[in-house]
Design a protein around this ligand. Sequence first.
Ligand code: NAD
Ligand code: DAU
Length: 351
Amino acid sequence: MTILVTGGAGFIGSNFIIEWLGQSEEKVVNLDKLTYAGNPENLKQVENDPRYHFVQGDIGDTQLVSALLNEFRIRAVVNFAAESHVDRSIRGPEDFIQTNMVGTFRLLEAARSYWSALEDKSHFRFLHVSTDEVYGSLSPDDPAFTETSRYEPNSPYSASKAASDHLVRAWYHTYDLPVLTTNCSNNYGPYQFPEKLIPLMISNALSGKPLPVYGDGQHVRDWLYVKDHCSALRTVLDKGKTGEVYNIGGGNEKTNLEVVHILCDILDELRSRSDGLSYKEQVVFIEDRPGHDRRYAINAAKLQQELGWAPAETFETGIHKTVKWYLDNQEWMQNVTNGSYRNWMKEHYSQ
Ligand code: NAD
Ligand code: DAU
């Protein structure tokens, strides 16, 4: 059997594929458009594995997706493909509408047509990977988001993801397509593109640049180590009830300033500055993100109690591993920050 992973050359998708191939005999087809965020170098360790097959393409290309579903007799689709960065969605929402909404719609339609023709329809699954940002922003005393929290997206990114979640829901209720949706909190770990808070801070700190904290730095995010997200997705794929939504989170609420200070402390310990001062010296407060959500927090009780999932990492263990990974993989970081990963892609995929 084979699964189709979309967006598998991005941050979470590449971690998911590496974990999957390490734990299962099943083949993986990775369909990725290779936008700026897609980097097949993330998958170097599995690129020669006969169970791994990479295809460059768009989830909105119905002909291509249908051909892949049929050729590989796909038993599950795991949809990571998306434009994922809030700041980019503010500067230019168009790609977010195209991939997150139209792309998901076309992927659903291709999956529906394939699934309708299957003799045994009962084993097929469409797992849609989504975000806690669809629920909007919490005040300090609000309880954490549950699966029944109201959708109140505030950025073009979260609105486009909310729309995709609604499409997935509708394809279940209207057409019986066996879907599962997950809404996860902020991920961190290896292979994250250094436009996101944690890898950006590590990269800037090491290159002596400012550490830009938006607004007052008191915005709260609920952090989850990426491999725990991957194990949760696997649990949902294996044991989740179709038509259901599962929130995923590790219960690690931190203000952005706390996160930046923790990163500085770890770097001070593992790679101290040559002048002996703390990396905290590099922190600067800059203009806030427009419409910046104040707080996210996830209640993952449903996933924990009904499906028996639990994260393996605390924030303390996960963030240590993460900083160490970026220190040990500075070539990866340099290739991404100076853009040379695009050349690597050209050589490998003659794009
Ligand atoms: P990412 O930006 O690192 O990777 C996205 C991948 O999708 C890239 O490889 C890109 O090339 C690919 N892609 C983009 N448009 C495509 C298209 N039209 N067709 C095929 N491939 C396309 O994103 P990520 O952080 O790995 O997030 C993956 C998914 O998880 C997204 O759907 C995101 O909304 C969701 N999510 C992310 C987080 C997080 O903290 N990063 C948390 C919760 C949910
Ligand atoms: O909550 C899940 C979401 O988490 C995912 O759906 C998104 O795909 C993912 O990008 C992430 O969104 P955020 O906007 O929370 O992540 P980001 O890393 O961009 O920012 C985290 C927080 O840090 C946010 O409050 C903004 C702040 N920030 C970010 C950057 C890049 C800064 O203060 N300075 C920065 O330079």
